[in-house]
Design a protein around this ligand. Structure first.
Ligand SMILES: *Cc1c(COP(=O)(O)O)cnc(C)c1O
Length: 477
């Protein structure tokens, strides 16, 4: 048996291979406040509740107090009145799932319930429709990622159980027309969710925004992730719902088994209280003023980066992003040799020490195409690395300017005909034939080829191959 210190040494060594979670070199996934004392506070809070079971706030009453206080704080910040109640969930996906489950269980129609949203809505809503049996109705957006309110309103029928708008959307940081959509939904008795998972804790402090939160009449629920711009460790989000009666449909309760009565506000049963404790401690420590100061730093850096990208020939910022995130596309008003492919750029930026996130292009339901982009999420620590990041973004663009997006048609031509479901061995063989998912499931250094491949393959095939890739990674060797 290894000693405890050997076990921890091994974990430390494994962590060395991770992308850096602090310091601003990873512009997605991680939300670093830059305040080391906050991380330490969160760690101590998590330690204090380590053995607690968050399943039962009547047995572990600290859980109830912390959750109540976090919900109170969120409700105040996000414009909710006394009629707004809520839950702390394990993350944005769970908040979104529960918003959809609530809408489905309060839906009074007889036709199969429909979930209506712009195509830019987070994939968590595709998952929710899949899990909970709703018909997914995704409305095309304009090339800048914004949706016309009228396009959503035109599709509001009696079978719509929920319409979802984002504040902002993840792919292009578009602030959806919350007021117009919520008003139309209210007039038709349709529930309206604002997905503020990424914006919820930062947009309250952003300059010059129209109303987008619970102040807007007709908004019936709102999600805001504590583990994004609430700077909490992963595992915490808030789902606020307008009206106790609506929110009670979020719960699952049963006395129809021979065990303890089950009453769950969220998806899980037994659960850690650690993320709640950490998020609670951080909201207490930061307060509204602390969050504001961090948001202001994000806004300054976002403006600066938009300015930087504007000066890089061949690239452009998509649309008019709202909040501390943006998407970068190629500037196709230029000649091909002057363009910068955003995915080659992202791969090249990585060699300069910064990790950006590649996003695929998408052909929408109406046949229009959204270009492939590269995503940047800006956090408070971005400000400290702005000069180095600027240099990396510029140098990488110079290094790949004129290199066209990969043509993977030759690769595709080599594939056997793909009909019907793929079994695991065939999927793995295909991956290897395509040069990904090597012996140890190692991921390639360059992501552009993988993204180009996924964009070109039929979605079910791409989804199956990615499933195989990820599943193989955790198989015992
Ligand atoms: C991150 C995000 C989600 C999903 O949240 P997870 O915490 O990753 O589960 C949903 N919606 C938006 C807009 C997001 O940015």
């Amino acid at each position: 048996m290894p000693t405890h210190s050997e076990i921890l040494a091994r974990l430390s060594a494994l962590r060395e291979a991770d992308a850096p979670t602090h310091g601003g070199h990873v512009l997605s996934y991680v939300y670093d406040s830059g305040l080391a004392e906050l991380d330490e506070l969160a760690a101590q809070a998590m330690r204090l509740v380590q053995p607690v079971n968050g399943l039962d706030p009547t047995t572990f009453t600290s859980v109830a107090v912390m959750e109540r206080e976090v919900i109170g704080f969120a409700r105040h910040l996000l414009g909710g009145d006394d009629d707004v109640v809520g839950s702390v969930t394990t993350g944005g996906t769970e908040s979104c799932l529960l918003a959809v489950k609530t809408a489905r269980d309060t839906y009074a129609g007889s036709a199969p319930p429909r979930l209506l949203a712009p195509v830019t809505v987070h994939a968590a809503f595709q998952k929710a429709a899949h899990y909970f049996g709703l018909v997914l109705d995704l409305v095309p957006v304009r090339s800048d990622g914004t949706v016309a309110a009228a396009d959503l309103v035109a599709r509001m029928g009696p079978d719509v159980a929920l319409v979802v708008v984002s504040a902002p959307s993840y792919p292009q940081a578009a602030l959806d027309p919350v007021a117009e959509v919520a008003a139309a939904a209210l007039a038709r008795g349709i529930a309206c969710h604002v997905d503020a998972c990424i914006g919820g804790w930062v947009l309250p402090f952003w300059s010059d925004l129209p109303a987008w939160d619970l102040r807007v009449p007709g908004v019936t629920s709102l999600s805001a992730d504590l583990h994004k711009f609430g700077y909490a460790p992963k595992g915490a989000s808030v789902l606020l719902q307008r009206g106790r009666d609506r929110q009670r449909a979020q719960y699952f309760a049963t006395t129809r088994w021979p065990g303890y009565p089950v009453v769950n506000s969220t998806m899980l049963g037994s659960k850690s209280a650690a993320p709640l404790a950490a998020a609670w401690a951080i909201t207490q420590a930061l307060g509204v003023d602390g969050l504001r100061a961090l948001a202001e730093s994000c806004e300054r850096s976002t403006l600066a980066l938009r300015g930087v990208i504007k000066t890089i020939p061949g690239l452009r910022v998509v649309g008019a992003p709202v909040g501390p995130l943006l998407a970068v596309a190629t500037d196709d008003s230029l000649l091909p040799e002057q363009r910068v492919d955003p995915h080659h750029w992202a791969d090249q930026v990585r060699t300069h020490g910064f990790l950006l996130q590649l996003q695929p292009g998408l052909t929408q339901g109406d046949g229009t195409h959204l270009p492939h982009t590269t995503h940047l999420t800006i956090t408070p620590v971005t400000e400290g690395v702005l000069p180095a990041l600027t240099e990396a973004l510029q140098a990488a663009a110079d290094e790949v300017r004129g290199v066209p997006q990969l043509d993977i048609q030759p690769l595709l031509g080599g594939l056997p005909p793909l009909g019907g479901p793929l079994d695991s061995d065939t999927a793995f063989a295909l991956l290897q034939g395509l040069g990904v998912g090597g012996a140890e499931g190692a991921l390639p250094d360059r992501m552009a080829p993988l993204l180009a491949l996924m964009e070109a393959l039929p979605a079910p095939v791409a989804e199956r191959l990615l499933t195989e890739l990820l599943a193989r990674i955790v198989e015992p060797m």
